[in-house]
Design a protein around this ligand. Structure first.
Ligand code: P6P
Length: 331
């Protein structure tokens, strides 16, 4: 019989019990509570007045969905309760949210998040997700410096996502392996269901929005066409799978093996996906699972962000497949 382990228990057991692991366990506990609340709301989206647009656009100039706003508010409210989180960067907020209650004086962690990625899929009942990335501040002063919240992904202490799908799953890594927990709504616990998740060797899936192919770098466009033939690196044609919800596409490729591509194009010179709460968290996770992520020029984990909402192209999955794309695109 597999052990019945929840996320907090797993995290505390996975690390030597020390102050750092206690702090991280407390932060992940706030994320878990937020995820349970958002899951409850998402699963009833069709029954309550939570579907559709909130009637405003976010810093990305994207239409904010009511559930985007709801998820953002819940996560910020719970994270603010933690004495360890000093600041939060969110897709829904132009600027960094800094917590200045007395009990935040010793707070050392910064979290970047997309509270509800893929939210435009909610109205058509497609899986959506929360994505998070956690850094420990580098500076020693009371006030945060840019170098505290614009760190390269290789400095991260934790990353993860919540997938609100046929079941609600929370997947996280602190760099030592990657572990998945499935929410049992009957007891309200995230229970260990996928320990030590690793990327399968065979990469037989490619995920990309092919409607943009005419705007890609020609070498990349030709390479993606080749994936559909036995000229592919795997020696046989890949299968196309694209949901248009990054957390769902990533999770499927993680379990089945594959490459996900969101290239730059003539209209989006830096691609569409955001570095701090899409590219870097998944790059951190895929490395823990034995894969690799590139922006086409370098390892995503080596990129030093210069602004909160900066975008970057993303190629992520089985290392040989991603390295091949990097070789094609590297200037
Ligand atoms: P496109 C959702 O808006 C999102 O940010 C990701 O979840 C998803 O991978 C991507 O955009 C889909 O973009 O251009 O294919 O619709």
């Amino acid at each position: 019989m597999p052990p019945i382990t929840n996320l907090t228990d797993h995290l505390l057991k996975a690390h030597v019990f020390n102050q750092r692991s206690r702090e991280l366990a407390e932060i992940l506990n706030q994320i878990m509570i937020s995820a349970k609340i958002v899951s409850h709301k998402t699963n009833r989206a069709g029954l309550t007045d939570i579907l559709g647009a909130a009637g405003k656009t976010n810093v990305q100039d994207e239409e904010v969905q009511k559930l985007d706003e709801y998820a953002h508010d819940i996560f910020v409210r719970l994270l603010k309760q933690s004495p360890y989180i000093k600041a939060v960067g969110s897709e829904e907020e132009p600027d960094l949210i800094v917590f200045n209650e007395d009990y935040h004086d010793q707070a050392e962690y910064i979290m970047h998040m997309d509270p509800l990625d893929g939210s435009s899929n909610i109205d058509v009942n497609v899986s959506v997700g929360t994505i998070f990335l956690i850094y420990r501040k580098q500076s020693f002063g009371q006030n945060l410096e840019k170098s505290d919240y614009l760190q390269p992904g290789k400095n991260a202490v934790c990353a993860g996502y919540v997938l609100y799908g046929s079941s609600t799953m929370l997947v996280y890594s602190t760099g030592q392996g990657m572990h998945g927990f499935t929410l049992d709504p009957n007891i309200g616990e995230f229970l260990l269901s996928h320990e030590d998740m690793t990327l399968p060797e065979a990469s037989n899936i490619y995920s990309v929005n092919e409607s943009y192919q005419p705007k890609w770098d020609q070498a990349l466009a030709d390479h993606v066409s080749q994936m559909k033939t036995d000229q592919d690196i795997s020696g046989k044609p890949k299968t196309a799978r694209y949901i248009g919800s990054l957390v769902a596409d990533f999770h499927r490729n993680l379990l089945k093996g594959g490459i996900f591509l969101y290239p730059a194009d003539k209209k989006h010179p830096n691609g569409k996906l955001r570095l701090l709460y899409e590219g870097i968290p998944f790059a951190f996770l895929i490395k823990a699972a034995g894969g690799y992520a590139s922006d086409g020029q370098q390892d995503v984990l080596e990129i030093v962000p210069t602004e909160l909402h900066q975008r970057a192209p993303l190629f992520i999955g089985n290392k040989p497949d991603v390295k091949l794309v990097e070789k094609l695109l590297k200037k």
